[in-house]
Design a protein around this ligand. Structure first.
Ligand code: HEM
Length: 488
């Protein structure tokens, strides 16, 4: 290593001990905050951590993320090999974990064909129908907003992926995809624990031992295979007998080989369901905590729509404050606070520092989206963070007016981001247009205290909280009821 370094130091970081390196320094929770604080302490936006699994590089600023992940994207676009789990789970078919190379490129291209900015607009009618259906569900059991949001995400993804409508909460496709996705989360996290990438999971689950692991792994593999194959085979039969509706799976079947085609729709649920749900819940939490912001957004909605209809995508440009709320929901508590680790494929020098080839490289999404030089009050939920200073907001005029980092970096950034953002935008706009979101009251009429707390994990979720979500008026309720049940 000394030879390869050729006099260049490694980026700074906590002092390494012989043999165990920085094992004892690795934070057990809230890694994104600890890593940001290390950056401040060591005066560098790029850090090096010596883990038992190898080298870990943390990138804490938008500038360094752009320099490495974008400008040197041919070097920084691989993934660390999650090999131990992959042997058993075979999640190599999921685009997010596929090593950088030909197979990844083909899958990514297939994804891009259907999800680039203009292509994703084709999904808007499905998203509108699904959000209307969600609003109707919210009229009946608003306390189950979490379940309804999950249903909404599942409905949209399965309909776009396979052209079929999920039948209720217990739809077999959704249940299977949910199960596979939850195993993937666990598998990745716990592989991360081995590499010390996601420090929280240094506590390995009890089933990770001997025969227990083999048994669980066999089951998991089965679930992962079914999640990819069952809906695919059904779509294939539907295409063959001429009964299929338009879908990503049906379109890919005509153009790509089976390995690529069936991986794309199956990946959508794994990558797109939890992430979209988490951002929508963050929005609800933000509204409970900030009634003034909610009132201002509703004023804007009323002035544009006159309370006469629900917002649609065509209203986006007329609703800058609502749009800023949707973006702020993605920034305030980013869904994937440490992103998904990339891997550097060969030795590199950056700002005079030596970065060893093979390092896992983490873009600290949270630190970048909480940089006070771009977002002056980073911990507060302020839509003004996405309104330029020249227009009365807080965003420096040279900063991008979108929380790009929330969707990752460089060639591996989220290919579903346009679809994800439009789903979040429409959910935010429609909920604000017709519902009042408030603190819940206890039996004594006292407001229930809410703690702004998030679970650690690859995908981070707000800790469950109670709130009250009621139609703003009888007219608002009538608007929701007027969305035809037949359309969804
Ligand atoms: C609010 C919702 C979402 C957020 C915040 C989000 C965020 C992310 C992030 C941070 C990454 C890692 C990027 C990197 O490695 O640098 C990622 C990857 C990915 N996302 Fe999303 N995502 C969302 C929704 C979706 C949706 C709806 C889909 C599909 C329909 C999707 C598909 C993917 C895929 C396939 C990857 C892996 C890309 C690759 O490795 O080449 N995501 N996403």
């Amino acid at each position: 290593l000394k030879k390869r370094r050729n006099g260049h130091p490694l980026p700074p970081g906590p002092r390494r001990l012989p043999v165990i390196g920085n094992l004892l320094d690795i934070p057990r929770e809230k890694g994104h905050i600890v890593y940001r604080d290390w950056g401040l302490k060591y005066g560098s936006d790029v850090l090096h951590v010596d883990t038992l699994g190898g080298d870990l590089i943390i990138v804490n600023s938008a500038r360094a993320a752009d320099d490495l992940f974008n400008k040197r994207s041919s070097l920084y676009s691989d993934r660390p090999i999650f090999s131990a789990i992959n042997d058993l789970l075979d999640y190599g078919w999921m685009l997010g974990f596929t090593p950088y190379g030909l197979r990844w490129r083909r899958m990514r291209k297939a994804f891009h064909t259907h999800f680039h900015r203009d292509a994703a607009r084709a999904f808007e009618p499905i998203e509108e129908q699904a959000v209307h259906r969600f609003l109707r569900e919210m009229l009946v059991t608003p306390e189950d907003y979490n379940g309804h949001l999950r249903h909404l995400a599942g409905y949209v993804i399965i309909k776009i992926a396979y052209g079929v409508e999920v039948c209720g909460r217990n739809d077999p496709d959704v249940l299977l995809a949910e199960e596979a996705a939850s195993w993937v989360q666990r598998a990745v996290l716990f592989e991360g624990a081995i590499f010390d990438i996601f420090p929280i999971l240094q506590r390995l689950p009890a089933w990770f031992s001997g025969a227990g692991f083999k048994r669980v792994a066999a089951e998991v593999r089965h679930v992962s295979d079914d999640a990819r194959n069952i809906p695919w085979e059904r779509t294939k039969s539907a295409v063959e007998n001429g009964s299929s509706s338009h879908s990503v799976a049906a379109a890919l079947m005509q153009t790509e080989d089976e390995d690529i085609s069936k991986s794309v729709p199956a990946t959508m649920y794994m990558a797109g369901a939890d992430t979209t749900v988490s951002s929508a819940i963050s929005f609800i939490l933000a509204m409970v905590l900030n009634p003034g912001i909610q009132a201002k957004a509703q004023e804007e909605l009323d002035s544009v729509l006159g309370g006469a209809r629900l917002p649609t995508f065509a209203d986006k440009d007329s609703l800058p404050y609502v749009t800023a709320i949707a973006k702020e929901a993605l920034r305030w508590h980013p869904v994937v606070p440490l992103g998904v680790p990339h891997k550097l494929i060969q030795d590199d020098i950056y700002n005079g520092y030596f970065i060893p080839g093979g390092s896992a490289v983490i873009g600290n999404v949270w630190a970048i989206l909480h940089d006070p030089s771009t977002y002056p009050s980073p911990s507060s939920f302020l839509p003004e963070h996405f309104i330029y200073q020249s227009q009365g907001g807080l965003l420096p005029d040279n900063a991008p007016d979108f929380p790009d980092a929330a969707f990752g970096f460089g060639r591996r950034n989220c290919p579903g981001r346009y679809m994800a953002y439009s789903s979040v935008w429409l959910t935010v706009a429609c909920l604000l247009a017709v519902f009042e979101i408030r603190r819940a009251k206890d039996g004594m009429g006292k407001e229930v205290e809410i703690i702004e707390e998030y679970c650690d994990g690859l995908v981070s979720f707000p800790v469950s909280f109670r709130c009250e979500i009621k139609p703003r008026s009888e007219a608002a309720r009538a608007l929701v009821l007027a969305t035809s049940p037949a359309e969804a």
